[in-house]
Ligand binder design. Structure first.
Ligand SMILES: Cc1cc2nc3c(=O)[nH]c(=O)nc-3n(C[C@H](O)[C@H](O)[C@H](O)COP(=O)(O)OP(=O)(O)OC[C@H]3O[C@@H](n4cnc5c(N)ncnc54)[C@H](O)[C@@H]3O)c2cc1C
Length: 383
């Protein structure tokens, strides 16, 4: 693997949580790593906007069980991952083992929730059925109209902004280089293998291994031949950040309802998300978006009206045609992928870093469902 004619063994394109996680783990394994991002600060893409739910059980879908298993593996890795990042960076990434409540507002939602309960029980996942009154004993601020709730004790949350900052510090302390304000124009390929990355200033970094972790912008990179591309497209999400001037305690668990969620940060700050919009690369925020978020939250947590609004922002979830990420080596030798994490990139950061770095050092195998080569030929058709 080491190529002494280059200063680096691997260049990671994109310093979101995924690229930073991969870069840090690669540097820990003794690889000479460069992580490059066009933004001026680490984690400036979707990672800066995400709510940070680590929720493989809440988000289980019967047709996406391999993704659920990947999410469970990543959620299991999280406590150790957080302990290591904290130790390596000297920074706390805001991990809250708070658990989650899925809530139903009316009879239809209660019926849907009963089906969700059966699915999770049939898969052996930890979930408790609570009457509205029982849920309100746990979370007294919930509205009396609450019909039914499922308690998911093992779905937690983290602060993605703190996580990005901690990963960036851990990366550089492990000997990796983080180059910000440096757009990558494309990947250079010679004789069917990676030769380097072309930067926006016209310079080239010679390297044998490139990991593309550029979110939905991965599909805009030059130089990757048709058939070797991954079809990633942006799904916009608007999200609100608020705080309670009276301090923490309004809500202690993540609260999820049809169309939205409220995530407590444990210190009086809350995140209310999120819209799902097909708008290309647009990240404008709208009154309609804010209204939708607040309406959903207000129906279950009326006191949200007392919170102070700090920020309304929008980010772009990187989605693939099958909603699953592309992780590991692709069709071109030396070209690796860590893209398409869609709604789960914060959750999937530990397992993605482990799988990508395992492939870089010749250890471990990527499950077929997440192998980038499953898109051979699809990307050109989608484009
Ligand atoms: C509203 C919202 C809520 C979410 N909530 C959750 C949640 O609760 N839990 C969860 O697990 N996930 C959540 N997600 C999804 C999660 O945010 C993403 O899956 C995750 O952040 C993807 O990380 P990434 O590093 O792949 O991408 P990003 O964070 O977008 O990073 C990509 C980076 O690549 C850089 N880049 C792009 N092009 C170039 C280039 N040409 N040259 C150099 N750099 C480049 C960008 O500047 C960016 O920093 C949410 C997303 C949104 C939008």
């Amino acid at each position: 693997m080491p190529n002494r004619s280059s200063s680096f063994d691997v260049v990671v394109v994109g310093a979101g949580v995924v690229g930073l996680g991969v870069g840090w783990r690669a540097a820990q394994r003794g690889l000479r790593v460069l992580v490059v991002d066009c933004a001026e600060r680490p984690g400036a893409g979707a990672s800066a906007v995400a709510a940070g739910m680590l929720a493989p059980i809440s988000e289980t879908i019967a047709t996406e069980l391999p993704l659920m298993r990947l999410g469970l593996a990543s959620a299991c890795a999280y406590p150790e991952f957080v302990a290591e990042v904290t130790e390596a960076s000297g920074m706390h990434p805001g991990y809250e083992r708070c658990g989650t409540l899925l809530a139903a507002r009316d009879a239809d939602e209660a019926e849907a929730l009963a089906r969700e309960l059966e699915l999770r029980r049939s898969l052996g996942l930890a979930v408790n059925r609570l009457l509205g009154s029982e849920a309100r004993r746990l979370e007294p601020a919930l509205a009396p109209t609450l019909r039914l709730a499922l308690e998911i004790p093992d779905d937690h949350a983290i602060d993605p902004r703190k996580l990005s900052a901690a990963l960036a510090a851990a990366l550089t302390r492990a000997g990796g280089e983080l180059r910000l304000g440096a757009p990558v124009r494309g990947v250079t390929v010679a004789e069917d293998r990676v030769a380097g990355v072309a930067l926006g200033d016209g310079s080239t970094v010679t390297v044998e291994n490139v990991v593309v972790a550029a979110g939905p912008w991965a599909s805009t990179l030059d130089g990757i031949p048709d058939g070797a591309q991954i079809p990633v497209h942006p799904i916009k999400g608007q999200i609100l950040r608020l705080h309670d001037p009276t301090g923490p305690g309004l809500l202690t668990r993540v609260l999820r309802m049809t169309g939205g969620y409220v995530v407590p940060r444990g210190d009086g700050r809350y995140v209310i998300g999120a819209t799902m919009e097909e708008r290309g690369f647009d990240t404008t925020v709208t009154a309609g978006g804010a209204f939708e978020l607040l309406r959903n939250a207000f129906e279950l947590l009326p006191s949200v009206t007392e919170l102070v609004i700090d920020e309304l922002s929008a980010g772009l979830r990187p989605a693939t045609p099958d909603n699953a990420p592309a992780i590991g080596p692709g069709a071109i030798s030396g070209l690796h992928w860590a893209v398409g994490h869609y709604r789960h990139g914060i959750l999937l950061t530990p397992i993605t870093a482990e799988l990508v770095v395992g492939a870089l050092v010749g250890e471990g195998a990527i499950p077929d469902e997440f192998a980038p080569t499953r898109f051979a030929g699809v990307a050109a058709a989608v484009a």
